[in-house]
Design a protein around this ligand. Sequence first.
Ligand code: GLP
Length: 259
Amino acid sequence: MAEVVIVPSAAAAGVLVADEIAALIRRQPDAVLGLATGSTPLPVYEALRPRLTGIDVSRVRGFALDEYVGIDPHHPESYRSVITREVVEPLGLNPDLIHTPNGSLETIEHAGDDYDRAIADAGGIDLQILGIGTSGHIGFNEPGSSFASRTRVKTLIEQTREDNARFFDSIDDVPMHCITQGLGTILEARHLFLLAFGENKAAAVAGAVEGPVTASLPGSAIQLHPHVTVVVDEAAASQLQDADYYRYAFANKPDWQGL
Ligand code: GLP
């Protein structure tokens, strides 16, 4: 079962996860991070910055979860741009070691295979940060995605395009297609951190953690992974039936256990 940690705020979640990432980089300077976009992971990146002071990050490697297909990589809302702006630059990472799936139309037919191969060549992802969409998607794996899926092109559902329209001038500007790590790819990362904040994520979180394992709610794939930490605020935890147990278990966690 995933460990569920209920925190008072998104900022507290950021601190919790950033401490783990900083510790990972300290003991393994060439760690491979699985990076997520969207608003959810921003408190993690913010909290990480002061924690990396004095730590050599020049060998840290990273792989983003997903990218829009056909978007100019220099567009401010391409995930390449977002990762550069929110992660690479503020944390001082080496941009050559940080990868996003290639959404360019010229190479799209083999871009998924190329990406999975690059992750494998790096030795796999040590720590994967995940948000969750209101549809229950992780990465851009929309409902119906196979649990065995690899990095590939998907069609975004209307709800996701509406959710992401806030980053663009209008919903018509939100690309229709994306390239995303598959659920099978994500499940190969060694430690998953799934974060969610706010009431509008409560149903997706409850489904992912406690619901049946079903392709209809792709986030439920985390139940198949041996090492998952779900970090949520009270609002996002509000539909969890066993919230009291999660609080009790975390409060009584043995010190030696770690996350
Ligand atoms: C986006 C991303 C996901 C992200 C999710 C939630 O579309 N592709 O990786 O986790 O939707 O976004 P947010 O964190 O902004 O709520």
